[in-house]
Design a protein around this ligand. Structure first.
Ligand SMILES: Nc1ncnc2c1ncn2[C@@H]1O[C@H](COP(=O)(O)OP(=O)(O)OP(=O)(O)O)[C@@H](O)[C@H]1O
Ligand SMILES: [Mg+2]
Length: 531
């Protein structure tokens, strides 16, 4: 049978161990636990301070995690280990509690200048995990020679519970550290992606004045917003503007193109799924709604959402909870939903392809983004904006000027593809530009616009191109692919199967400025093809 030691307070060894274990394990916070143990221990053992420390390999130091003490000067929180000392500590393989001897012990002699053990007695309980000392608990009593064999034995019962608690606390600390790094990265990336979203909106005081006023009204709220408007009018940038002007701006902005998701994956993509919910679901997966927690979900092309997903979405909007596919319980989410469509949802409701109840939920605050033909006053500013921005993307150092009269002509056109069509037109004009001011004359459908097919799909380019134009376009594309590089492997000349000097002279003749194209930013952006 185990020996029972009667302590000063009359407690047995078992009771003592039980009480210590309870005090350590009853609190999730190891710091709180240490104070509980100190209060109890001091009634049984001479004790002026109780210190929990770890050997922090990352910092090459002994780091104090927490202490409880009475009228004692403690060493600094971080004690850097002198050269080679960490190895000596590891080699010593401390395992049982021991009393520190500064005179005879080399390790503690080396620590003395930093720790200043003074005339007190120190007892150390090493904490070991997987065969390695990860830290320890120090018991300090005032005066010399205060601890004996019985104290060593009693202190031994601190080792196990403290090791477990410390290992958990360290794992938790590590998780928090990674979490902080990830959050920081996320904030940075969010800003990188959308930081200038609001600044980049042209026409906020003119053609989009009403729209931007509505953005200002809803941004601070949490309500669902429906953005309507023809293709290419700028619905997405309005959604961006709402999110980044809202209190959720530092949270996630998760975009879902409902038309681009394959129907059989929509539910699991949006609402997530539990492990094994369907064939191929090997791990649990958080859906986009869960990922957007604390932020905004932008449901683009909401009219394309299949009916079963509409039912689930309605439940999310009503209850602010998502149910994963195969999930047992709903998961609460703190999200705001912004939806957009170029389709007429009301007529979809009438023909049964869009649920009426969902339409009511979504349409509480509709924002209509007007087509460009109803705000032609914005065309000049939009054109200038795209000339500047696209020149920069294409690596054109100084953006070309715009020929007199050109803007007037652009304003006369009806822009069925709206802002996106204008943006594409500007990009093509820049690519085919051969010096001088931009006239847009070769591309602008001009007066015969009514007879032309809608230009949204081809960026406003007039077909057929003449041979020079087609050549210039193809060469420019290849040059972009090659990142502006002409010679050598993977250079444009090699891809086109011609000599580099032939390519250069052809570029000169066609008026494509390859020197400009070499600069940074090229190839990073696409050709501006409609998405
Ligand atoms: N007012 C504006 N100022 C600056 N750029 C704009 C403006 N409106 C639209 N754009 C630009 O035009 C392009 C099309 O806009 P956006 O993608 O927001 O349109 P959309 O309405 O979502 O189109 P779709 O219905 O085809 O999805 C984008 O590149 C966007 O940056
Ligand atoms: Mg869009």
């Amino acid at each position: 049978m185990e020996k029972k030691t009667a302590g000063p307070g009359g407690t047995t060894g078992d009771e003592f161990t039980r009480e210590i274990t309870l005090r350590i394990c009853s609190s999730l916070d190891i710091k709180e636990a240490l104070h509980g143990v100190f209060a109890y221990l001091k009634g049984h053992i001479p004790l002026a301070a109780l210190v929990l420390f770890i050997i922090d390999e990352r910092l090459g130091a002994i780091r104090r995690i927490e202490h409880a003490s009475e009228n004692v000067d403690l060493p600094p929180e971080l004690i850097p280990l002198p050269q080679g000392l960490a190895q000596k500590i590891a080699a010593r393989n401390f395992s049982l509690p021991f009393i520190v001897d500064i005179e005879k012990d080399e390790i503690f002699g080396a620590l003395q200048p930093m720790v200043k053990f003074g005339g007190d007695t120190h007892l150390i309980v090493p904490l070991r995990l997987k065969g390695e000392m990860i830290g320890g608990v120090v018991l300090q009593a005032l005066g010399e020679g205060r601890y004996g064999a019985e104290d060593l034995e009693r202190a031994g019962c601190l080792a196990e519970p403290f090791t477990i608690a410390l290992a958990n606390a360290l794992a938790h600390e590590e998780v928090l550290r990674y979490q902080a790094i990830l959050l920081d990265d996320k904030r940075f990336l969010n800003l990188e992606l959308h930081g200038d979203a609001v600044d980049g909106i042209i026409g906020g005081n003119t053609g989009l004045r009403n729209v931007m006023e509505m953005v200002g009204q809803v941004a601070p709220l949490n309500n669902t917003v429906l953005i309507l408007g023809e293709t290419g009018t700028g619905k997405e940038i309005v959604a961006n503007a709402i999110h980044f002007a809202s209190p959720r701006r530092s949270g996630p902005f998760i975009k879902v193109n409902c038309g681009a998701l394959p129907e059989h994956l929509i539910d699991s993509e949006l609402f997530g799924h539990e492990r094994g919910a369907f064939t191929g679901a090997v791990a649990e997966n958080r859906g986009r709604f869960e990922r957007a927690d604390g932020g905004t979900v932008f449901l683009d092309e909401i009219g394309e959402l299949p009916l079963p997903a509409q039912v689930r979405l309605l439940r999310v909007l009503q209850n602010r909870e998502v149910e994963r596919v195969g999930g047992k319980r709903p998961i609460p989410v703190d999200i705001r939903v912004i939806a957009a469509t170029h389709r007429n949802l009301q007529s979809m409701v009438a023909d049964g392809s869009f649920r009426e109840d969902l339409w009511y939920r979504l349409s509480g605050f509709p924002i209509m983004v007007p087509p460009v033909r109803q705000r032609k006053e914005d065309v000049p500013a939009l054109t200038r904006h795209f000339v500047t921005v696209r020149s920069r993307d294409l690596g054109i150092g100084v953006p070309p000027s715009i020929a007199p009269g050109a803007l007037q002509r652009l304003m006369e056109y009806d822009w069925p593809g709206n802002v996106r069509e204008l943006e594409n037109l500007v990009e093509r004009e820049l690519i085919l530009h051969r010096g001088g001011a931009l006239t847009f004359s070769s591309m602008l459908p001009g007066t015969e616009k009514k007879n032309l097919p809608p230009a949204a799909g081809n960026g406003g380019l007039r077909y057929p191109l003449n041979l020079d134009e087609a050549n210039a376009m193809h060469i420019t594309e290849v040059l972009k692919l090659a990142g502006g590089k002409i010679d050598g492997p993977e250079g444009a000349a090699e891809m086109l199967g011609i000599n580099p000097s032939t390519l250069r002279s052809r570029l000169d003749k066609l008026g494509v400025s390859y020197r400009r194209l070499r600069t940074k930013g090229l190839g990073a952006k696409g050709h501006g093809a409609p998405h």
